[in-house]
Design a protein around this ligand. Structure first.
Ligand code: ADP
Ligand code: MG
Length: 301
């Protein structure tokens, strides 16, 4: 999943072994670049029989693509490739190139029939926006089976705060300060939650024009999201949902994202904008606190 992961589990070694094996299994199924992976085979052949986990993640992701009206779109891969986010050979595409690639981007064209997935010619899937959240869900299920009571897993921006701390306190999950990414601008106190952050500081390049281009792409325009949002953190007990929504709300931008939050329940979020505002949903009013780092102002939405 192209990231570092840290697994702290209080219990039997076997619990750690099973979680680690599952994360590696998912990585090998979902990679866009490993020739044996489900996604690679699907992207090469436009149709593939995939593992049940892959099929489940694709189906769940498609629901969030529809639910966010295409702000999340798991078919953005041709665009991500063109911008150079896959091979790190960054370029700013011409508008005409984007226009032609946009014809090959629409989650509505992905067909699922059990574990058989089909996409049209020229289409490619990328589950980068939901894979780590799904991995957190799978890890949580394995910890439950193992009878573990306390664990904290950081799957590269996706944190599974499982149970409570061994001393009975809540977990404290930091939200990265976008201006100084080794510090935290705020902390969320929680138990049994998955906390997922998408930030423009995670992967970006500076173009010849001096502008910063981030790895989250607006599937409607083909351009990297550029709406004043710098990070979106989503909290609930459903990792796939959080990961899907953190990316989608980032694409929507603070205004539309706040409207989405008001219209949908079952999750909380913290949206950080360039003007140093932290928009926080009601459910986090008490459990989210500023650290002073980055000097954000907290506004309840
Ligand atoms: P990260 O992988 O950095 O944690 P995200 O969860 O936001 O961040 O996922 C971003 C990844 O998803 C990108 O690297 C790209 O592969 C893919 N992607 C980019 N824009 C979108 C989008 N609008 N919808 C779905 N996937 C996207
Ligand atoms: Mg995401």
């Amino acid at each position: 999943m192209d990231t570092y992961m840290q697994l702290d589990i209080y219990g039997e070694q076997s619990a750690l072994d099973s979680v680690k094996a599952e994360l590696l299994r998912l990585d090998s199924l979902l990679s866009t670049t490993e020739p044996q992976s489900d996604i690679y085979r699907l992207n090469q052949n436009h149709s593939a029989e995939v593992d049940e986990s892959t099929a489940e993640l694709i189906k769940k992701s498609l629901e969030y693509c529809a639910d966010t009206d295409g702000s999340l779109d798991i078919t953005v891969y041709p665009l991500a490739e063109k911008w150079g986010f896959i091979d790190k050979n960054y370029t700013i595409p011409k508008q005409s190139e984007l226009d032609s690639l946009l014809k090959n981007v629409s989650y509505k064209r992905v067909e699922t029939d059990g574990t058989k997935i089909t996409v049209p010619d020229g289409f490619k899937l990328d589950l980068g926006a939901t894979a780590k959240g799904y991995a957190a869900d799978r890890a949580k299920a394995l910890l439950e089976e193992s009878g573990v009571k306390s664990a904290i897993l950081n799957l590269g921006g996706t944190v599974l705060a499982y149970g409570e701390k061994p001393d009975g306190e809540s977990w404290r999950v930091g939200i990265t300060n976008p201006e100084s990414t080794d510090g935290y601008m705020g902390v969320i106190e929680c138990r049994d939650k998955i906390v997922v952050t998408s930030g423009s500081y995670e992967r970006y390049f500076v173009g010849d024009d001096g502008k910063r281009y981030c790895h989250i792409i607006n599937p409607r325009t083909g351009l990297p999201a550029d709406n004043g949002t710098v990070s979106v953190t989503v909290v609930s007990d459903d990792g796939t949902k959080n990961d899907a929504l953190s990316t989608a709300l980032f694409v929507m931008g603070a205004q539309k994202a706040a409207e989405y939050c008001r219209a949908n329940d079952g999750f909380d979020c913290v949206i950080l904008t360039e003007d140093k505002t932290a928009y926080v949903t009601e459910g986090l009013a008490d459990s989210f606190s500023l650290t002073g780092d980055g000097e954000y102002e907290k506004v309840i939405i």
